[in-house]
Design a protein around this ligand. Structure first.
Ligand code: FAD
Length: 469
């Protein structure tokens, strides 16, 4: 008789957990996955990447029809919003994909245990009423919205909402305040602005999109302002009262000073996410979280408790679905005795607004800091305005920026603002994974006319020799 019920039990069926479970099963390990939600796919498929992209995609068409972008191409239309239908297509996308994961579980013989999982000991977990034992347990419990003290979220009330509530608004707010100028706030703020809301973004720092390259952050401010968003940078929200359908926010300069009030009929709190470990019973296995609430792991995704591994949003690193997925694959491979590796230096990040903002590797500021001097870093920039495809498509905004080490020419970072920057960044990531120099990219033939030619030209600009500017 087997010592354990399973070789691997994964806790959480988000992109980290479900991918780890499938990979473990593919490698011949008897695998189960515990998930407390009624559907598989975690934050990403249920209330994150997928539903937000469904709303971004649909609202982008509405915006193009109403803001004159279609008329510029000879298509004259007067769009009428059917918000219920827009929500329905979002729910359809979510349902199709979450059911797809259930199908993949069946196909790969992964047992889904539906219920909240709590450790009893390092090899025993209670899932609902069932006790499950496993030789290896992967914690992939993901993250949840970080609350903002003084601003209470009530998604059902639809006045003060988090990202989950902002996906479900039953009507377009007249005035929306987004607290937090990061990726999620700008994406969901863009959705409702395109559908007709007046949007104000309140950001504590002095620029949007913390973590991205300085030039990109500066340009993002200009682009969103031009689209009609009001930006309140270097400003903090210190309180919120709700009366009926109106919220009144109290704002103060980040550095301190006089407060002021701002009214809105919808407030989106999007100041970040925090790891999910509540009720997981980590105390029963002697595992503590770090100061940020994350579970620390080594290079192989092992925690300090033998047989317990962790991946995804619950461990340090960017909270991104593709990072979680890659960690899921590598962790399962390590459990199976293979060598699973994730290159954490090359996790691309994308903001799926219009245009898209994307980057991989070091920012210019980080590159200078790492190499110790400005002269050790070379930068090539190419404007999308000079890219024939972007120009033809009436998409003049943005640029590509290639950052390379001056001595070796090795590419250290690539940043792009373009309508399809999220797709373009894959080639930069792959080139960097293979250790490319800017010359390697510059001498790689790119199809014409494509937005990707801007990456080639930016690489040529590192040597000071772009053709089209
Ligand atoms: C609005 C929004 C948009 C986003 N857009 C993008 C995007 O475009 N691209 C991108 O890369 N990332 C995006 N993200 C982030 C992305 O969703 C996360 O990085 C990703 O889902 C993390 O995967 P994970 O597997 O670590 O955890 P999660 O997806 O959070 O999944 C964890 C699962 O574990 C379950 N769970 C937790 N505790 C227990 C327990 N004790 N027992 C049983 N089950 C448990 C939870 O119910 C959850 O389903 C977005 C997030 C949000 C909120």
């Amino acid at each position: 008789m087997a010592e354990y019920d399973y070789d691997v039990l994964v806790i959480g069926a988000g992109p980290g957990g479900y991918v780890a479970a499938i990979r473990a099963a593919q490698l011949g390990l008897k695998t189960a996955c515990a998930e407390s939600r009624e559907t598989l796919g975690g934050t990403c498929l249920n209330v994150g990447c997928i539903p937000s992209k469904a709303m971004l995609h649909a609202s982008e068409y509405f915006d193009a029809a109403s803001n004159g972008a279609m008329a510029d191409m000879g298509i004259e239309v007067s769009p009428k919003l059917n918000l219920d239908k827009m929500h329905a297509q979002r729910r359809d996308a979510v349902e199709g994909l979450t059911k797809g994961v259930a199908f993949l579980f069946k196909k790969n013989k992964v047992d889904w245990k539906n219920g909240h999982a709590t450790f009893q000991d390092a090899h025993t977990v209670k899932v609902g009423d069932e006790t499950v034992t496993a030789k290896n347990i992967i914690i992939a419990t993901g993250s949840s919205v970080t609350p903002l003290p003084g601003v209470e979220v009530d998604n059902d009330g639809q006045v003060v909402v988090d990202s989950t509530g902002a996906l479900e608004l039953a009507s377009v707010p007249k005035k929306m305040v987004v607290i937090g100028g990061g990726v999620i706030g700008l994406e969901l703020g863009s959705v409702w602005r395109r559908l007709g809301a007046e949007v104000t973004v309140v950001e504590y720092l002095d620029a949007l999109l913390p973590g991205m390259d300085g030039d990109v952050r500066k340009e993002a401010g200009k682009i969103f302002k031009k689209q009609g968003m009001e930006l309140r940078l270097s400003t903090k929200v210190t309180g919120c009262t709700v009366k009926g359908k109106t919220a009144t926010l109290t704002l103060e300069p980040a550095a301190g000073g006089d407060s002021e009030e701002l009214e809105a009929d919808c407030v989106l709190v999007s100041i970040g996410r925090r790891p999910n470990t509540d009720g997981l019973g980590l105390e029963n296995i002697g595992l503590e979280t770090n100061q940020r609430g994350q579970i620390e792991i080594d290079h192989d995704f092992r925690t300090k408790v033998d047989g317990v591994w962790a991946i995804g949003d619950v461990v340090p690193g960017p909270m991104l679905a593709h990072k979680a997925e890659d960690e899921g694959i590598a962790c399962a491979e390590n459990i199976a005795g293979q060598t699973g590796i994730v290159n954490h230096d090359l996790i691309p990040g994308v903001v799926y607004t219009w245009p898209e903002f994307a980057g991989v590797g070091l920012t210019q500021e980080e590159a200078i800091e790492k190499l110790g001097d400005k002269s050790k870093v070379k930068v090539g920039k190419f404007p999308m305005m000079a890219n024939s495809r972007a120009k033809t498509n009436h998409e003049p905004e943005g640029f590509v920026k290639v950052i390379a080490e001056a001595e070796t020419d090795r590419v250290l970072g690539v940043w792009a603002i373009a309508s399809v920057a999220g797709t373009m960044i894959a080639q930069a990531t792959q080139a960097m994974e293979f250790g490319a120099t800017s010359e390697d990219i510059a001498y790689t033939c790119h199809a014409h006319p494509t937005h990707s030619e801007a990456i080639k030209e930016a690489a040529m600009a590192v040597q000071g020799k772009p053709i089209h500017v």
